[in-house]
Design a protein around this ligand. Structure first.
Ligand code: ADP
Length: 207
């Protein structure tokens, strides 16, 4: 079975993906794919430099993600331009990764793709089920300040620039509410795992 994991910035997507991986899911990440497609020397990186300027390239030739973030989160036009360059390449790579994993399942029944922009990028139809990890906007800001060292206004800007989380939750097959502790999240992922097992058993019975 193939599932997507999405949510808002710092809502806990990666943590949920890690907990599912610990249970044996094969997990792929759109963020990792996005890093891979702008590797030094790639076509995508050259296009990004054309759009945003050479300040986004580090001395080692890699994309400076912090500088890129600073530029595009302050400029919607540039953010959309960056997405137009990176998204098609990311989708292509992720699709190849998932299809290869499904040929070689290595004993797993679950392939998961963590994709922050799953709905925005039109990926919903790839999946048997989509999981949306939610938390309050206030919690997103707190976690962004801690994880990324952003100021409160910078963190808030990034949160409000996204599709509202309740909108994503309304489209989800499973919602994982992540407003509590990490222990609470582990319990929620246990319940999610049971739901996914049941869904998988149902689809196997119908087949
Ligand atoms: P995302 O992948 O959605 O951006 P992460 O899974 O990286 O979010 O979580 C954002 C940050 O918040 C990380 O530093 C993570 O360790 C932390 N975090 C996530 N869930 C919880 C939780 N329930 N309690 C405390 N910290 C959490």
């Amino acid at each position: 079975m193939r599932i997507g994991i999405t949510g808002g910035i710092a809502s806990g997507k990666s943590t949920v993906a890690r907990l599912l991986a610990e249970r044996g899911a094969l997990v792929f990440s759109a963020d990792e794919a996005a890093r891979a497609v702008v590797a030094p020397g790639s076509d995508a990186l050259a296009k990004v430099v054309e759009l945003l300027g050479s300040s986004v390239v580090q001395a080692d030739g890699a994309l400076d993600r912090a500088e890129t973030g600073r530029i595009v989160f302050a400029d919607d036009r540039k953010r959309r331009g960056l997405e137009r360059i990176v998204h098609p390449a990311v989708l292509k790579l992720l699709k190849a990764q998932v299809e290869a994993a499904e040929v070689d399942l290595r004993g797993s029944w679950l392939v998961a793709v963590e994709a922050p922009l799953l709905y925005e990028a039109g990926m919903k139809s790839w999946f048997d089920a989509v999981i949306v990890v939610t938390c309050s906007a206030r919690e997103q800001v707190n976690r962004l300040m801690t994880r990324n060292g952003l100021s409160a206004p910078e963190a808030a800007r990034r949160v409000v620039a996204q599709m509202p989380l309740d909108q994503k939750a309304a489209m989800a097959d499973f919602v994982v509410a992540n407003d509590g502790s990490e222990a609470d999240l582990a319990v929620a992922v246990n319940n999610l795992w049971k739901g996914l097992l049941a869904l998988n058993a149902g689809s196997t019975n119908q087949a």
